[in-house]
Design a binder for this molecule. Structure first.
Ligand SMILES: O=C(O)C1=C[C@@H](OP(=O)(O)O)[C@@H](O)[C@H](O)C1
Ligand SMILES: C=C(OP(=O)(O)O)C(=O)O
Length: 428
């Protein structure tokens, strides 16, 4: 197997400015396209996923301009959206697919949404069912569950939904449809998922009520264009939090990282494992808290990660599993069956990848068990086209004894286009 060879490092230092938050960038672009007036986004993530959202908006007739990480969207309201002449392609992005469906459910025309090979295997009934109940007509493969999915939107009726999984994509799709529905729409989830939609919609002038796991919105709301300053992505910072904790020497500063409490499970988990992470210079801008994170090496110990912690660190589990491999004792991750429906089945792919690197890891139906060890030998690993795996295996390489060759490292472009450049700089 070829791949990108990532060699071990013993020390590192300095400052790493991680790119803009993926969830917040998607929402800034989409809400800007739904709004009236200009939305100016700074620190927009140039990952493939967020570029897919921008492309879909263009196909609907929304005009925007981008210069590096700044985006200007000239919204004319959802009423101005036009039936696209071609299929809307969400690429690898579940967020683009599900949030777009929700936003378009009130549009009186027909769209077809599709995605790449991975996205075409991911479950969509979790959003098509509620949107159908609200009044949209939807057809897709395997009982309207798999892309390509065709929808004819129209008059929607507000409804009260209870979801069986904690998912910000389901919650957001329903709320976005609810803005265009008659009456009240509410979503209650079993555990609190990330709340960027609720926070940002309030900034755009929509009256979104939320209490614990219940969110309500009244139909007929109007979005007003806004300035959105996107914080750095804590899901991207996670790779350096793990690296900085387990490297032998050095200190890293990560400025302007989003620390919304629905996203900081990774900080709680690493600190429970004994990590030396300090949160400095806290500030709140555009309704989203952010801070500088300082990380220093520490002896990590195994822990249990389960329950309401899971939605707060769901995308960080691949790199957390690498941390667990080098912690003292066992780490148990459970209640995380959602990992099976991400870009890959991340329970199976993470466990198999760790095993290939010589780690004792075991797959569980809803998680994994990992035996920590003193050293990680290294070897070969593949991203299997999953961006989070590509980056987790690169971190394993930097922390290994003999290096790791990562097949299809380019998958990282989905959420962190400069990752390899940063790693090479860090590795000297
Ligand atoms: O709403 C979002 O921006 C996201 C929600 C999560 O997915 P689910 O809603 O499927 O849990 C997360 O895994 C994904 O990376 C981004
Ligand atoms: C699951 C992810 O994203 P999405 O669902 O948008 O494809 C992710 O970024 O890890």
């Amino acid at each position: 197997m070829g791949g990108e060879f990532i060699k071990p490092i013993a020390k590192l230092g300095g400052q790493i400015r991680v790119p803009g938050d993926k969830s917040i960038s998607h929402r800034a672009a989409l809400f800007g396209g739904m709004a009236h007036g200009e939305t100016h986004v700074t620190n927009f993530l140039l990952g493939q996923d967020c570029l897919s959202t921008l492309r879909c908006l263009k196909q609907l007739g929304v005009s925007w301009e981008r210069k590096d990480t700044e985006v200007w969207i000239r919204g004319e309201g959802m009423e101005s959206w036009q039936e696209p002449a071609d299929v809307l392609d969400a690429g690898n992005s579940g967020t683009t697919f599900r949030l777009m469906l929700g936003a378009l459910a009130g549009s009186p025309f027909t769209i077809t949404m599709n995605g790449d090979e991975s996205l075409r295997t991911r479950p969509m009934r979790r959003v098509t069912d509620p949107l159908k109940q609200m009044g949209a007509q939807i057809m897709g493969r395997q009982g309207d569950n798999l892309a390509p999915i065709t929808m004819r939107g129209g008059q929607l009726e507000g409804q009260a939904f209870k979801t069986s999984v904690a998912s910000a994509q389901i919650k957001s799709a329903i709320i976005l449809a609810g803005i265009r529905a008659k009456g009240e729409t509410s979503v209650e989830e079993p555990l609190l998922s990330r709340d960027h939609t609720e926070r940002m919609l309030r900034g755009f002038g929509v009256d979104v009520q939320s209490r614990n796991t219940l969110v309500k919105v009244q139909g007929g709301g109007r979005l007003q264009g806004q300035g959105v300053s996107v914080p750095g992505d804590i899901s991207s910072a996670a790779f350096f939090l793990v690296l900085g904790s387990l490297v032998r020497q050095g200190e890293i500063f990560l400025p302007n990282v989003g620390i919304n409490p629905t996203r900081t499970g990774i900080l709680d988990a690493l600190m429970a494992m004994g990590a030396d992470i300090e949160i400095l210079d806290e500030a709140e801008i555009c309704g989203e808290p952010r801070a500088t994170l300082r990380v220093r090496p520490a002896q990590l110990r195994g822990t249990e990660i389960s329950g309401d912690m899971i939605p707060r660190l769901i995308d960080e589990i691949p790199v957390l599993a690498v941390a667990a491999s080098l912690a003292e004792g066992e780490t148990l991750i459970k209640d995380a069956a959602e990992l099976r429906v991400k870009e890959t089945d991340r329970i199976s792919t993470v466990v198999k990848g760790l095993q290939a690197l010589g780690v004792k890891a075991e797959e569980l139906p809803d998680g994994m068990r990992i035996q920590g060890q003193r050293t990680l030998l290294g070897g070969q690993a593949s991203s299997l086209g999953d961006h989070r795996l590509a980056m987790a295996w690169a971190i394993a390489g930097l922390l290994s004894q003999e290096g790791v060759s990562v097949e299809n490292m380019a998958a990282a472009d989905v959420s962190y286009p400069d990752f390899l450049t940063v790693i090479k700089k860090v590795a000297g």
